[in-house]
Write a protein that binds this ligand. Structure first.
Ligand SMILES: Cc1ncc(COP(=O)(O)OP(=O)(O)O)c(N)n1
Ligand SMILES: Cc1nc(C(=O)O)sc1CCOP(=O)(O)O
Ligand SMILES: [Mg+2]
Length: 459
């Protein structure tokens, strides 16, 4: 069970509940039910923070989500220095995740400046040093950023999660909802990264869905949390649809490489998502159909537990039979518009394009993204024409769809590809640099780090 406190505070006033009454309430609930996850919102006094920590020590839960509500949107300070000390010394060391926005991250760290994604990463690391297992620094208020960029740090890896900024005044309560959604997903059994991604996607969808609501006269309006119940036209709901930032580190499997290293497809996929792959494609050119469908189902479960989409190369039949998230097709495979008709509006369709004209046709055909290469020569795909960084740039500039670069990309050149900084280029797709290596997790992690560093340079 997840407990969620939605505090829609307009900061007209705060009426504090006495701490012994808070203790009684906590005791009543925590002793009566097996609470899995607790999420905290505004904690108005040091004594309430202390009471909460005591209760959680007495009744440990599986996960504690701390939304460090300290500053209202209008800028009011909601937590004084003593509460801040309570957060730092007692609550954060118990937290499984803490979710500050940039103002809160700054205050938690003694008013450090927070002006860029690079500052957010530094802050995430410093807040992690205070004790929480995971940190999500939310960059929704970062000035001059076309996307809403959040930094997730799990103590080892940084993940830059971005979503298109939704232009609406109805943003009241987004922080509360995000943390509550993370808590609910954790209670359902998701991994932390997956819970964060699902929560972020929910906020993006809900804001998009409620962008034109007019309720009240405040600077901010509320948004509608019940889109899933009301939205009959699911294709217009972004919740389950493709997110271009998923193209950041695209892992493409290869049956020959798995055989060479003695691994099953599922083992290879698990290692890649553990290392930080943000989308996976099963490219099993010589698999028997039944085996392929079975393997796809197992991989789908693994990928879903990490919030990572799973696509099938070429084989629409396998994608349909396994209920995978979509397909990737090339110029001599099934046309995108036919794949779209067969798969429906919810599935993801990627198309390989070497020219601007092919990119245009992919868009007309209803594709979601383009794979463009070979950027460099490759041994993985026979007779593949290399288009180079110039060819990639041309496709990206002409494309109306997000693009992932492919072909001969690995640790030695991934930064150069990302640092092109051309419009629409969202990431790199790799086969041998991950799967023709001894340790897939390590290779994926290293590549993720290199790409994140390059992405920072082009901010
Ligand atoms: C992400 C991505 N981009 C391009 C390709 C190549 O697809 P295709 O041209 O159909 O060649 P095969 O992979 O089928 O040999 C891809 N698979 N993924
Ligand atoms: C599957 C594929 N498609 C390409 C294209 O140019 O469309 S290049 C390629 C193989 C990429 O493998 P590696 O990362 O080992 O070079
Ligand atoms: Mg193909």
């Amino acid at each position: 069970m997840a407990t969620a406190h939605f505090i829609h505070l307009h900061a007209h006033g705060v009426n504090m509940v006495p701490e012994d009454f808070v203790a009684q309430q906590l005791n009543a609930v925590l002793s009566d039910m097996n609470v899995d996850v607790v999420k905290t919102g505004m904690l108005p006094s040091l004594s309430v923070v202390k009471v909460l920590c005591q209760s959680l020590r007495k009744f440990p839960v599986k996960a504690l989500v701390v939304d460090p509500v300290m500053i209202s949107t209008s800028g009011d300070i909601l937590a004084g220095p003593s509460v801040l000390a309570g957060f730092r010394d007692e609550l954060l060391p118990m937290a499984d995740i803490v979710t500050p926005n940039i103002k809160e991250a700054s205050v938690l760290l003694g008013d450090v400046p927070m002006k860029s994604v690079s500052d957010m990463r530094t802050a995430a690391k410093l807040i992690h040093d205070l004790g929480p297992r995971n940190v999500l620094v939310k960059g929704g208020d970062l000035p001059n950023s076309p996307d809403a960029i959040d930094i997730f740090y799990d103590g080892k890896e940084f993940y830059q999660l971005s979503s298109p900024r939704v232009n609406t005044r109805n943003t009241h309560g987004t922080g509360c909802t995000l943390a509550s959604c993370i808590a609910a997903e954790l209670a359902k059994g998701s991994s932390m990264l997956s819970a964060v991604k699902i929560a972020k996607r929910f906020i993006e969808s809900a804001l998009d869905y409620s962008r034109d609501l007019v309720i009240g006269n405040g600077v901010q309006g509320p948004f509608d949390h019940f889109l899933a119940l009301k939205n009959t036209n699911k294709s217009s709901c972004r919740q389950d649809r493709f997110n271009p930032s998923d193209l950041f580190l695209y892992a493409v499997t290869d049956s020959g490489m798995n055989r060479k290293w003695g691994r099953s497809i599922a083992e290879a996929v698990k290692a890649a998502v553990e290392g930080g792959a943000t989308i996976v494609q099963l490219r099993e050119k010589d698999a028997d159909t039944r085996d392929f469908v079975d393997a796809a189902k197992v991989c789908l479960e693994i990928c879903r537990s990490y919030g990572v989409p799973l696509l099938i190369n070429d084989r629409i039949d396998v994608a349909l039979a396994s209920d995978a998230d979509g397909v990737h097709v090339g110029q001599s495979d099934m046309p995108a518009h036919v794949a779209r008709t067969l798969l429906g509006p919810e599935k993801i369709i990627g198309v390989s394009c070497k020219t601007p004209e092919q990119a245009h046709q992919a868009w007309i055909g209803g594709a979601d993204y383009i794979g463009s290469g070979g950027v460099y020569p490759t041994n993985t795909k026979a007779n593949n024409r290399t288009i180079g960084l110039d060819g990639l740039t041309e496709v990206c500039k002409a494309s109306k769809l997000p693009v992932v670069a492919i072909g001969g990309i690995g640790m030695s050149n991934a930064r150069a590809v990302m640092e092109l900084g051309v419009p629409n280029l969202k990431g790199v797709a790799v086969v041998s640099a991950l799967f023709d290596r001894e340790c897939i997790v390590t290779e994926t992690r290293n590549l993720h780090t290199a790409l994140s560093e390059a992405a920072l340079l082009i901010q």
